[in-house]
Design a protein. Structure first.
Length: 170
């Protein structure tokens, strides 16, 4: 009797020559790199805010967030709009990536645990390593990427949005 495996879909993208993926259910849309409004005193990995259908959405450069060198924006640079949980709140964030590749399907038995050594980013952000042929794709836990302590500017003091400006305008 064969063991049933769950097949998941992931959006794959490139950062600094490496392939990453996020669960497709977290992705709202993919945009060409738009005009970004800079916001003073934000961390270096925050490019600024973009307007999506009347709402301000913060844009985070994943290269910088992960400690990679900051690359030039090219015609292939995209913003992946994701919906994540931050401080128990559904939040929309734009993630800058070098280029978007494809939507791939992976069986759960093709996903290995994240490595403990030899990786340039915090491995707590990685759900697992998807294997296709001889290549690995790092599957990100996008909620953990954006719920980390260094993203506290997104929710500190903004539980009640009746006063002031909040970067999260859904």
């Amino acid at each position: 009797m064969a063991i049933a495996t769950e097949t998941m879909q992931y959006l794959t993208f490139i950062l600094n020559g490496e392939t990453f993926a996020v669960d497709i259910s977290k992705v709202r849309e993919v945009l060409e790199y738009p005009m970004v409004t800079k916001v003073p005193q934000m961390p270096s990995y925050v490019d600024g805010v973009i307007d999506i259908r009347g709402s301000g959405v913060p844009v985070v450069d994943l290269r910088v967030k992960f400690g990679m060198y900051e690359g030039e924006k090219t015609v292939n640079t995209c913003v992946v709009i994701v919906e994540v949980m931050i401080a128990n709140r559904q939040t929309v964030i734009g993630a800058v990536v070098d280029s978007v590749q494809e939507v791939m399907e992976l069986d759960s038995n093709k996903i290995e645990p994240p490595p403990t050594l030899g990786i340039s980013i915090n491995s707590s952000y990685i759900k697992g390593m998807g294997k296709r042929g001889e290549r690995f794709t790092m599957i990100l836990d996008i909620d953990k990427v954006f719920a980390s302590d260094d993203m506290s500017f997104m929710h500190d003091g903004h539980e009640d949005n009746s006063e002031g400006v909040d970067l999260i305008l859904n």
